[in-house]
Ligand binder design. Structure first.
Ligand code: LLP
Length: 425
């Protein structure tokens, strides 16, 4: 189902639905996801591992819409969460607590309590300080927290600076050198039961070699812990598999599965994976409308109704999302170079320079590809523009899975203090 989005009769469709029909009915900006593309990705990953696939805990941070989570949960996926809110979302969408892992560098007491009350599979511990906090909270409530130590393998993934997490100077995880002593300490503390090791080296990783290096270090740690007589039954390998934004990608899941098999052979470990982007990125597009094609003396700007408020990745990481006009360009259409920009009042609100597109007119529609991950979840109310709505397509069916948030709703939880009198009285 890699071709969930393709032209039919000159119209870009998501599965069996023409995107222009959705845009006309629901307006833009509009995120549209293909349920079958999400399912296909999940199955491709799980099947690459053969009869005993790892537990795939979908990283909710990539796209936390309840319908998206439910689509994956229905196939047996668990959830990788990083906040109380994500734990609540996972549970609401139907993920059993026994398939939820909880990571994050700043778990608050309240979040730790929620994780314990829900009885989730494991808390991934990021520091010695956090270990003590979890142990104290768990033992004061008579519970035992299953924990994994998140280690920092000091491996640089070939990815954007802002989304590499496994180098020593990154804020994540515990130094490999400190891990054995801390694991031993965890084994002696009341309130926690150390069950495993966790690592995550970054995101949008296409070159698999850094995974191999990092996993080798984690496995060496596992062997070392076992040699000290410490029980360890689970290895959580994190997420990070990359997808196709331009020419490259997606990551080769078979090669990845083979690499994991090789790295963990003979260890009898329960394996966990935490993919986010890989499962949902290419299953989503952001549909936007052209407001103007603005020509200045020196440049041509295609100005859209969606900007960094709707999709921040280009502004934040310099990401370049491929653009497909909803009406297929005809062979005789001349392609022009243009800078594609949003309506937000700052210069960082640019999707990219020198896109080659046909001469689009106001009201024409286009889609940003590979927008299913880290799109809507990072959208904001900046400039008080209505948020994008979200739609899930499943074959010939579709449903709005999140309404557009109009300015009235954005203002609904704001208050003007009584002492600020209305001007002009
Ligand atoms: N597990 C942990 C502990 C993580 O920190 C992350 C992502 C994942 C799993 C999922 O990684 P994935 O499979 O999606 O690569 N906003 C950025 C991406 C930030 C990723 C943060 N952590 C972007 O738009 O590129």
């Amino acid at each position: 189902m890699d071709e969930a989005f393709c032209y039919r009769d000159g119209e870009l469709c998501c599965e069996e639905i023409a995107l222009s029909a959705l845009a006309r009915r629901l307006g833009t900006p509009l995120y549209v996801y293909s349920a079958n593309a999400i399912r296909a990705r999940y199955r491709a990953l799980a099947r690459a591992f053969g009869p005993h696939p790892p537990l795939v805990c979908y990283a909710l941070k990539a796209n936390h819409n309840l319908a998206v989570i439910r689509t994956l949960a229905a196939l047996g996926a668990g959830a990788d969460t990083v906040s109380a809110g994500e734990i609540l979302r996972a549970r609401r969408a139907g993920v059993p607590a026994s398939k939820i892992v909880f990571a994050g560098v700043a778990k608050t007491d309240q979040e730790i309590r929620l994780a314990l009350e829900e009885g989730i599979l494991q808390l991934n511990v990021e520091s010695a300080e956090e270990l003590e906090r979890i142990a104290a909270i768990a033992s004061s409530t008579g519970r035992t927290a299953p924990i994994a130590l998140r280690v920092n393998p000091d491996v640089a993934a070939a990815t954007h600076e802002k989304i590499a997490t496994g180098r020593r100077h990154d804020k994540f995880g515990i130094d490999l050198a400190d891990a054995p002593a801390l694991y031993e300490k965890a084994a002696s503390l009341p309130g926690v039961e150390p069950v495993g090791v966790h690592l995550h080296i970054g995101s949008q990783i296409l070159d698999l070699a850094p995974f191999e290096r990092a996993y080798a270090r984690a496995v060496e740690l596992v062997r070392g812990l076992r040699a000290r007589g410490l029980p360890i039954r689970r290895l959580d390998l994190g997420g990070g598999l990359g997808v196709r934004y331009g020419e490259e990608g997606p990551a080769d899941v078979r090669a990845f599965a083979e690499l994991v098999r090789r790295a963990t052979a003979g260890l009898e470990l329960e394996l966990v994976l935490e993919p986010g982007r890989f499962l949902v990125a290419e299953a989503g597009v952001l549909v936007a409308s052209v407001i103007y094609l603005k020509e200045t003396g020196s440049r041509r700007f295609l100005v859209l109704d969606a900007g960094m408020n709707a999709l921040v990745r280009p502004a934040m990481y310099g990401a370049r999302h491929a653009i497909a006009p909803l009406r297929a360009p005809r062979p005789e259409d001349e392609l022009l170079e243009m800078d594609v920009v949003g309506p937000i009042c700052e210069s960082s609100d640019i999707f990219g320079r020198d896109y080659r597109l046909p001469r689009l007119r106001p009201g024409d529609l286009l889609a940003f590809r590979t927008a299913g991950a880290y799109g809507m979840v990072m959208a904001s109310d900046y400039n008080s523009r209505p948020s994008p709505a979200e739609v899930l397509v499943d074959g010939a069916r579709w449903a709005v899975i999140r309404r557009r948030r109009e300015p009235e709703e954005q203002m609904a939880n704001e208050e003007i203090p009584a002492w600020l009198e209305e001007p002009g009285r």
